[in-house]
Write a protein of this length. Sequence first.
Length: 177
Amino acid sequence: MTDGKVMNFYESRRLAGSLIAIILILGTVQIFHYEPALPAKVATHFNGQGKVNGWMSRKAFIIYSIGMYYFMGGLFFISGWVIPKLPSGLINIPNRLYWMHPARREQAIDALLHYLYWIGVITLLYLLILTQMTIEVNLNHSNQLNSHFWMVTSAYLIGLVYLGWKLYRHFKPVSLS
């Protein structure tokens, strides 16, 4: 923020990008910190009631977890490079003809990436929490997922709906009256 003004989309996107990087580092530390304590066969899949019903080797869990973090983080970071280069016809936003006009395109791309990066933050945070819940099941030799799973999932979904609503509202049809 500068001079007491509200953070603009570019500054907010930079903050979100920094948070994505921090969450990726935390996820990597999380995995390698707990790796020695995990059993050889790691519970990794749970049914609707939170009971374990799928396993993988410790090595597969480590590779899968790190791969998922960096795949998801990479998607969000790469989008910041790819989306501005896309032809306007490939960018699907409400009222595209208005927002993709050359005079407004840069502003529209900034706003789109702002929301996309924040979706990346909450998605990676959700993965970090789910991975921690999975690790705890294995460290506690439990066969039941933490009861907070549905609360965390609900919070994530509410966050997605909120950001989606804000994104839609930003690009809502412009009244010409």
